[in-house]
Structures are given as C-alpha cells and as structure tokens.
Ligand binder design. Sequence first.
Ligand code: ATP
Ligand code: MG
Length: 384
Amino acid sequence: MQKYLLIHYGEIALKGGNRQFFEKRLMENIQMALLEFGNVGLKHIQGRIIVKIEDKWDLDKVREKLLKVFGIEYFAMAWNSDLNLEKISQDLLVLLKEQKFKSFRITTRRANKEFALTSQQISEQLGELVMTKLKKKVNLHEPDINCRIDIFGKFAFIYFEKIICRGGLPVGVSGNLLCLISGGIDSPVAANLMQKRGANIVFVNFDAYPATPKENQEKVKDLAKVLAEYQNGSKLYLVPFLAIQQEVIKIVPEDYRVIFYRRMMLRIAKMIAQKENILALVTGDSLGQVASQTVENISAISQAIDLPIFRPLIGFNKEEIITIARQIETYELSAQPFADCCSLYVPQHPVTRADLNLIKDTEKNWNFQVLLAKTLEMAVIIKQ
Ligand code: ATP
Ligand code: MG
C-alpha cells in the first residue's frame, strides 16, 4: 500500500471568491515547507491536498514541518486503498494486524457521493468485520484505536492518527506586517499570531549596544530564525538605538523616557514600513502588563504615527502568552536573561498616565528627524 500525506484545510474553504487564491498559497507554502524532500508533487482534490510519501522521508521531520504551516486544520499519514469496500476491508485488516489494541471504532468520511454505501454503512460493515475477524471490541467513545476511512475523488484512504494543526490562514495571503520584536516573551508570540492570520512578518529590533550586551542581538536573531520557520525566511532590521536614547534623556522629563523611546521606535518603524511597502505594525503589548501599557500610555505612544498598530496580545494574560511561547518554541530563548534597551535609564516611577500636551510641547522644538534618518541608515539587515 502506498502512503500519502492527507492534508485537510478548514477556514480557507469558507472564503468565497478568495478561495482559489488561498488554496494556491497554501499549496505553495506546503511545497516550501517540504522543500528538503525534493520537489514534491501536490494534488488538490475536493478540499484536500494529497502528497505521495517517499520511503526515504524522515516522517518525524515531515510532521514537524507541516505543524508550522498555517491554513492546515489537520493532516494524516494515510494508506491508499481502492474505491471498493472489499479492498478497503482487506487493507484495513492487514494494517490492523500491526497495531496493538483491544477496542476500536471506525470513523468514515465520504465526500464522494457516488460511492454505493453511506458513511454509516461503511463504518458498520467494517466494524462487523474487525469484530469477527480480529475479535476486538467496539468502543465509540474511548477506543484504543480509531480507524479513519476517508473517501473522496477517486481515492479511499485509511489512517489511525489525525494530527491536529493550528489552522489559521496561509502565510502570505494577508501581505506583510512589520513587527517590533524585543528579546522578551511577548513580541515573538504577537508575531506568530499574526502569521497565523496569514501575514508574512518583517522584524525590527532596537538595540542599545554597547550599553547593553552584544548577546541581545544574537538572541533577537535567534528568535527571528525560529519565527522564520512559519514563513519563507525572514528579514530583520537591527537598529542601533543608543544615540536616540541619550538624546531623549537630555530632553524629556525623566518619568516620560520610555514613552519617548517608544514614540521614536514607532517613527523609525514607520520609515521602514514605507520602504518595505508595509501598511501596519505589530507589537506585543498586553493591556496593563507594565507601566507603558496603560490605555493612556498606549494612546500617547500610538499617536506618534498614523499607521495602524496591531496588538494581538492586548487581552491576554501573561500565562496565556507563555503557553503559546512554549508551543512555538520561543520561550526558552526569550527567558534567557537580557537587558532590553528600554530598561536603560528608566526611572523608579515612570508615568502611567502620559499627557499628550506635554509630549507635543516637548517635541515641538526638537528636530529629531535628522537623527532618526541617520539612525535608520546605520541599521543592519539580517536575512535568515
Ligand atoms: P516583550 O516581552 O515583547 O518585550 P514586554 O511585555 O516586555 O514585551 P514592553 O517591554 O513594554 O513589554 O514592550 C512592549 C512592546 O514594544 C514589545 O512587545 C515590542 O513589540 C515593542 N518593543 C519593546 N522594546 C523593543 C525593542 N527593543 N525593539 C523592538 N521592539 C520593542
Ligand atoms: Mg520588553
């Protein structure tokens, strides 16, 4: 029996006129994810994608790769049988002889309505067969093994394990977004959640080297590399931010330093976004988590620029964010000790209700545009 990857996608089937565009993108992304196995042939049939599995493939690796392709609802490594119940029965018995179990159930899905029997009838007949030939018990609710029969197009597949993925939309269908990534726990998770909504992420980090250690940059590069596995590679802007911070501490009231750091970060991010034709930014803010994330401060920071800023974590608790960070394997990296540039020259009591009038007054006679442009010129671009 030949083995196939049987890939189901969900949400993208709902998207009306855009459906073909989404499907094409999903196929390309799967192809890209499996690139190391060669130029694999993908077939798209009745809302599923099938890929022939070669003997030499490392199936753990295939699994790991597909789990990172957004748009896939679930997939299976399935055996191809024939479109007749006789052959399906034979094949199922052969396959079950290699499995250890006491109880079982049969779950049939039939998208091909030309097949003579209904899903229910197929399940009943196969169930009967396994009971009598193999002397096993049916257990519909908690079976040791669930034998799944999937019939569609000209195919009938058998598999036992359904590998659940994270769904979402294929990366690329929502265009590009620019994520402000620190070495912290939150922003990598924010980037990943936007990838899940179909965005390809470009990254920007602001770094205070040499006032903060060089390891910081390595850490951010490593984080971008982990996130690059969910899309086709990544581009990271490393922006040297120390000169701007030194200017900020000379000019603004002490308790407003972080607010101004952030406003300057957003302005540079906007310049990068314009260069990259990107329409919106992403940050890892979560409401009330730290002083800079009160409604007043988020508002005062956001008003530095006129681009939309997406904050997918705004309503998340820290524990919820950490759960995702562990799942996407950024947690270990983020949890390493580091000194973010924003922790430099920060007062004991930062303002929690920033006053926009004070901010505007402070910025009125301050010609920071030249410094911002110079800073951007010094940015290093890392492609991974
Ligand atoms: P994180 O865990 O992502 O660092 P945080 O909870 O520590 O977030 P802040 O440090 O207040 O919160 O940062 C809020 C957001 O601002 C970050 O999620 C990130 O998007 C952005 N940001 C903060 N510092 C930097 C930086 N040095 N470079 C790029 N973006 C940054
Ligand atoms: Mg931080």
